[in-house]
Design a protein around this ligand. Sequence first.
Ligand SMILES: Nc1ncnc2c1ncn2[C@@H]1O[C@H](COP(=O)(O)OP(=O)(O)OP(=O)(O)O)[C@@H](O)[C@H]1O
Ligand SMILES: [Mg+2]
Length: 1001
Amino acid sequence: MVQIVVPSILAAQADGSRCFDVEAETVGEALRALPVADLLFNERGEWSTHLNVFVRCPRNTGHRHDRRRLDPARAHEMVPPPSQHANAGFAGRKAECAGLDRLLADAQAGRSAVLVLRGEPGIGKTALLGYAADRAAGCRVARAVGVESEMELPFAGLHQLCGAMLDGLGRLPPPQRDALGTAFGLSSGAQPDRFLVGLAVLSLLSDAAEERPLLCLIDDAQWLDRSSAQVLAFVARRLEAESVVMLFAEREPDELDALARLPDLPLQGLPDDCARELLASVITAPVDERVRDRILAETHGNPLALLELPHELSPAKLAGGFGLPGEQPLPGRIEASFRRRVEQLPAATQRLLLVAAADPTGEPTLLWRAAAVLGIPAEAAAPAQADGLLELGAQVIFRHSLLRSAVYRAAVAEERRSAHGALAAATDAEVDPDRRAWHRAHATLAPDEDVAWELERSAGRAQARGGLAAAGAFLQRAAALTPDSGRRARRSLEAARAKQLAGAPRDASTLLATAAAGPLGKFDRAMLQRLRGQIALDTRRGGAAVPLLLDAARQLELLDPGLARETYLEALRAASIAGRLGGGVLEAAEAARRARSQEGAPRAVDLLLDGLAVRFTDGYAASAPALKRALTAVRDQGRSAGQDVRWPWIARRVAPDLFDDDAWHELATRNVQIARDAGALAVLPLALNYLAGMRTSDGNLDAAAALLEEADAIADATGTAPIVFGRLLLAGFRGHEAQVSVLIEASEPTAIARGEGVVLTYGELARAVLHNGLGHYQEALGPAQSASARDELLVSVWSLPELIEAAARCGRTGLAADALERLSERTRAAGTELALGIEACSRALVSEGEPSERLYREAIERLGRTRMRPALVRAHLLYGEWLRREKRRADAREELRTAYEGFTAMGMEAFAERGRRELLATGETVRKRTVRTRDKFTPQEVQIARLAGDGLTNPEIGAQLFLSARTVEWHLRKIFTKLDISSRKQLRGALRDAGPTAVPT
Ligand SMILES: Nc1ncnc2c1ncn2[C@@H]1O[C@H](COP(=O)(O)OP(=O)(O)OP(=O)(O)O)[C@@H](O)[C@H]1O
Ligand SMILES: [Mg+2]
């Protein structure tokens, strides 16, 4: 009897072992009977007609090698690999399997689904993925596996998953196609926004699932590179009706886990009877009852432990009742067990395993080239294969990922370095420069400029592909390996910048500390300080950023005046976000006033900075002319192509501050358009909130609601905290008391913790509008007073008319007069119809007799020429109320009816009710009308209907709302049913018929 050991990619036997016993005489026959795929690889993993098969005699201590040549012409006989769970006698996972079956059935029915299988190492996650794959008959299956040592390579995991679908790339809308192409390094282009990459992947998967459902299996997700994890989490959150199932397997999540908020299924150990059965399948020797119970108890039903730990115990121990070693946690014990198994192997085999463990690609050719560099003979593979630890086929596969870690960790640093060195030497610098650089970095102990430089170049490539996290990691490693201290500091600074942009401010801070050790030139020192300020602004929005940014700006003045001025503007912005919680506005403004001016024609940012510096030092009126010029310049700039996605910066608050409704409209609209076109999801929610604020103020409350819905959907999809000020204002205008309270209660503590004082002021403005609408003037007073006293952009000046109305109604004439004075100083300086109309209305409130009436009429006339309908309708209401008190009932009725109808149409419920009460008081009977007529539509349906009614195609709507075209189609079908129509053409008409507020415009 001899044993044949096959360098196999396929299990030669049902139990998965790679060796089997045959009669010595029938060796030739047995070899011929082997699956051909096993035989087509030689031990270097290359396809070959020459194959070495080891035949060993178990009674001999050494191996006798019998080299045979086999006929490769039988490739067609290749048999499929038996699935892992079938091998292991898959058991005890009934409920989980039923759950997976349901997901697959849903996918067949056109629905998408996402599930993260979570649990400790060895608990059976991969096995369940295997189950799903086996059950996915009729589905297309795509896979990706996170690899620990590839965590720094940008989009590595995503590329694995999408690799086979890239033929669909050409069918994507061009921006998505370009973004994904760049991310995968297939084409070069502008650095893609990672969410646009996400949208592209969503479209790609949806396209791939067009013919038959698509099952995506993503194993070891805890080791996905960050860019891939973020993109896949985004896609997972946006799936709805594409027939795509995304199944992740992940160990216990950490705090940075991108998949944290996806639906998950925590896996526990196998039930006792199944655990017993599994154990029995591996212990063939007689076993003492107590030992068996002890193993069962200590493994907690972890299948890998059940399969692996008995290896530790000799038949004597099993029979004799000796305990299992150690009390360390289970994964550690399994790893230790693997380690001991590896230690039994010949030294060359151990070294080969180490090289395999250090190579994330699992490419056999690469492994063998590296092995050759280290002088590891081909035979070294056999014992590891014989022991079932390693499969060497089309891919190099470890028995289990814990084995890979065990091998890597058990090696001493020196051995690891030489393995990486060999892999670097074996990696083609042309084909895969980044992996080569990464291996070289791990092979190097002493600083080495050559290696650091190579890493820096990899970082550049990663950054260009949108892999900012990867760029940061490359640069960090490059910095650590840089011999020259100045260069080291600069690379640390660059690494910090990349980490900051990648949304990892804490890592960035650590790197800044290294950079600060210097030596750095003056410019770099200034940039370091600026980055500190930006990090402070990102992590804690409050005032802490202001002094840092001011200091940076001062340092930059002599070095780069333009950049210095941009930094001053950042400082002013930081101070104005911090508001009452920061208090640095004046200091920032004074410093900005002293800033040197730019040579040449001033840019829009320069004008803006100059105007704002005056605004916060000399006041509103003094700054108005300069800020008007700045607004004109910003608007001009916004009309040209290629604007930065952060355009128009703080100007979107300056326009309403100056009562310039046209500028406000243009800036807010264009801002969203630019962010949308660039797919800049990181800035889009904020832009949408500003636009929603504008739409609320011009009376399009439904449109505002839809925009906020979109903003929240993006925040949800991108895993960022939702922005609240748009909602606050909308709830105030609607007159929903409970909603305003809930929003304030929910947002204030966070705002205070983050130092965002401006959110508190928005809350006060919302409360003032709300209570004036409800007619609770006393309650409107406090918030209006507080908000207007602060002189914050937009919010303070818009709180003044609220204060005047509340104070006048409460009989606080002194307070009202004082507020009016402050208001008119501003409205006169602003000088727009909107400003003057609002002033006239406020002045009418504190006047009496004929002047009052004249002022109301003036207000109505002026406001009628603006976009701001709520202000106009409120003027009608106040005028009507005044007329009623003057006992001019017929005139009063007319105004109040206009007001009531106007508020009702806009959905300003509290004000509508105030108008209705006043109308009743004139003796008119008014039926209480419900304002909303469209509750049967979800906000998302409203958005989709609106866009489809505007003539957008499904992919266009999808691109706007970050949904796949198929999900859009699915929603549209539901909308059609609700409206009882059958085509898009009927949509507009049907929506119009559904009621006055049915079509937000
Ligand atoms: N229900 C089961 N019945 C029998 N064997 C199982 C079962 N589940 C898993 N196994 C076996 O247990 C071993 C470990 O399972 P698996 O590799 O799926 O764990 P895992 O959770 O993916 O671990 P890791 O986090 O390390 O990747 C495998 O050999 C697998 O075949
Ligand atoms: Mg696994």
